[in-house]
Design a protein around this ligand. Sequence first.
Ligand SMILES: NC(=[NH2+])NCCC[C@H](N)C(=O)O
Length: 676
Amino acid sequence: MEKQLLFKNMAKAEADVKELYDRYETMKRLASQDDIKLENIPDDVDCPELRALVTKHNKLSYRLGILKRAIDEENSKPKMAKTSFDPESFTSIQTALTQVCTIALREAYPDISVEQTVQPSGKPEYGDYQFNAAMQVAKELKNRGINTNPAEVAKAIVRKLKATRIIEKVATVGGFINIWLAQPFCQNLVMEIVTEGVKPPKLLKRQRVLVDFSSPNVAKQMHVGHLRSTIIGDSIARLFEFLGHEVLRINHVGDWGTQFGMLIAHLQDKFPNYVNELPPIEDLQMFYKESKTRFDSDEEFKKRAYDCVVRLQGHEKDYIKGWQLICDVSRKEFQKIYDQLGISLVERGESFYQSRMESVVKFLRENEHLEMDDGRLIMFGLEKGQIPFTIVKSDGGFTYDTSDMAALRQRIEEEKCDRIIYVVDNGQSGHFRVLFSCAEKCNILDPSKVRTDFVGFGVVLGEDKKKFKTRSGDTVKLQDLLDEGLKRAENTLNSKGRDEVLTPEEFEKAKKAVAFGCIKYADLCNNRMNDYVFSFDKMLDDKGNTAVYMLYMMTRIKSIAANSNVTPAQLAEAAKTEKIPVKHPKEWKLVKTLLRFNDELSKIVDDLCLHHLCEYLYDIATAFSEFYNACYCIERDAKDGQIVKVNMDRLLLCEATARVMEKCFWIIGLTPVSKM
Ligand SMILES: NC(=[NH2+])NCCC[C@H](N)C(=O)O
């Protein structure tokens, strides 16, 4: 009996041991797992403490995962101490990134002198900007017998990259260094646009910039070529003004040629009393034609005309008076065009340089730069095979070449210009090459101190791709062209029913903004070097990159806040607490597009091609449309259309977009309209 009990106890003890062993095994298995899941604990394990511990463990390992990833991310970032970013020296994102990358490049490879600017990257997966110097550096190194590859170089550069507030993260793909912008930094910059307006980047040095543009010829037609020069030159001047430079807008009018001889001789015959009584010359071109016909057919008249030139250049009173009268008639006509287009210019024609021409000739003679050639005095520039400048004609008179030499000298020595920009058609590119070359040769121009730019442009073509003419084959008068623009703009607005929604004043404003805006925009949005086809139909199209599309876009953006009953004051108040939204990819894309503004400007400061700005405007408009379609600014009830929610942060982004676009408009010379 006792024995039986003993056996029973033993069997039970054995079963207990087995059970305990099994449990131990389960626990061991569970413990070896990285993450113990509650469901893996067998149901028969009745141990609440264990379950509590597992739950706690799981929570902790989740947090550990987050921390580990953060550490990894931190480690993948440039390792050096965070240098605080100096907003004082910030000019543009591209410049700032280029600086940071160049410093890293120099540190990684001190004796390699590769210059590269950071570029916006083409695809979002390659970051926002790219620095592609590694290929060139690797090539350089290979040339020196050092075996490496672009990927290694890229990594070496990244290791030297200092962290800044602009950069969120950096990654290399082969030899490419991809850079992602930091959102908080960008949000702040865009918010500054809302609170402080679009400000120009900090100027390193304020320059004196002279823009020689428009420059028609007295008594002759101001033609479409002069219109191009006027539009392009005005925009360039505006750009430099916005940047804070000191700009001289000079109208180098052709007012001192030999044509004045025949004009004055004709004036004496037609209006003998011209000195005392204002001659009623209405059609100066007609007057010019008449005198030219006489000049070409009448020997006696021709002689008198020559005599008149001599007496005019000798500053004889009555001759100067006649010359002034003729210039006045022209001046008034030019001014009408400038007023309509909203362009300001300082007239300083060729006549202004008369005495300076005399002294520049003396200077060139004394320094032995002039050569006798068939009775003329000519000057060769520095380049071989270049045609020479004619400084003094065989009759002792001066030429277009002489006046430009004198003008350039005046602009450098008297005006102390840092940069001189000539906006003249491509046909004169040769003239300006010789001018710069001669000026350098005789030490009037030192290109290391003064920058000269020839801003050429192509000819204006008709829709038939031939030279721009009227239907009857005459050259197109500028005033007629502007008038037609107004008429066509009126038709366009009427066809959209704008005459019914706008007040007469608003309609007039819109009409002018559209007409003159579209003429300017159509000119500027093409690469200026190309010939351009003048087409009102294309200009007035409301699709594509046209002024009409841009003006519409602007009124649309402006109406968003107004339609949601948010006042400017409320918006300003919201700017104090809200952040610019960047969560949605389209918000972020728009933000980054807006922040390209300064980069675009610095590109234009260098190549003086305004089409970059028009392309940029189009990019903004596109990014805005995408944002607006994807992100609600105002949320309305589906049934009754009542506003249920206003997303103030998005309205602030709309406001920033309008501000940047407005600044671009200003530089282009477009007048925005509040309603269209
Ligand atoms: N400095 C200059 N040359 N400026 C351009 C003058 C253009 C000249 N008056 C023309 O109509 O062709």
